[in-house]
Write a protein that binds this ligand. Sequence first.
Ligand SMILES: [Zn+2]
Ligand SMILES: [Zn+2]
Length: 387
Amino acid sequence: MCHTFHPVLLYIYCMCGVVAMVTWLPRRVRRKLRGGSDWVSTLYYTLFYNYFTSLYVALEVMLEPLFWFVEKFAKYLGPVFVTLVVVMTTSVVTIFYVCLLPHVYTTSLPWTIFHLIFGHWLLVNIVFHYLMGVFSQPGTPPPQNVPEIVSVCKKCISPKPPRTHHCTICGKCILKMDHHCPWLNNCVGHNNHRYFFLFCVYMWMGTIYVSWVGHDLFRQHFYGDEPTAFPPLFYPLNAIHDAIYRSNDPAKPMSIIINPNPPPKENYIEHYYHIAVLYEFILCSGVTLALGLLMLWHARLISKGETSIEVHINNTQRKKYKKKNLVYRNPYDYGLKKNWMVFLGFHSCRTFICKVLLPSTHPPEGDGLIWSRASYKFKQDKGLQLL
Ligand SMILES: [Zn+2]
Ligand SMILES: [Zn+2]
């Protein structure tokens, strides 16, 4: 490292010096400023006078404030996201009972019984898997006696078993870490990966179901005579609705973003009923799309025996091997069927009903510390084959 005076560095030092010398600043602030100047000088020397500097190092240093922000504020955002999930789910379920179920009841009794059974089965599974995902521990490696060590965590200074990664938000190592989920305010790892995925599946099925049941009522309210006034969350849709309606029929009264003629008091219930039906359908159909994509992504990873972190590691390895004319195979890919059986924690299809279709607290397969590697054999005509 070369300590020569560079004009840019000199300018930074002068600026820091001027600020630090301002006597009215409290000592604590001056100390912080000095810390900031040290950080800038370290960054400068690291980037420009470092023999080992590479693009990766530069990016890591540049992204340090972003990591700091995530570490500092992600844990505070978690409770907000969890509250959002609880409030939205409760509102959808309440509207379903108050608005949609009486509407279904007018069609036929057998249909109503089907809806009561199917709807409650979904609701029980959604609530169960969400609570388990939030409150169960993802699993951490013990400080000692780790049977297989692949590296040492730089943050915890403790041995890391295979597939274990450090979560900067939780501040600890997580067994078979997938990701830190803000919607659960918890890490998704070895012990609660199944709860997270099944929550996504049941929630997705629930939103499809509610959209399907509410579709008829939504159409009546959307294309009905009453001017469409979307709930505040969806205000931009009012403008879109206006644009469509006014272009078709200029004589039609404009449905407003902020209604200048509020309904008379006796019609308030109808007005809120109208808003509730629109809110229910738009929220559920929107979530169906977003959650469906997330679920498909995770289903694809599970089918290949990967986690959200391992997919990046494996892709990097694959490219490295390819440059050397070699083929890389994920060591934890046991084949489609076995990957799903290991993930869901059942040994035969007979236990599918008890362990997947009904709420179950059965533990995942293995302890998350030891992972067997998939074995392959090479065949001249077929290439690498899973044993
Ligand atoms: Zn760690
Ligand atoms: Zn975490």
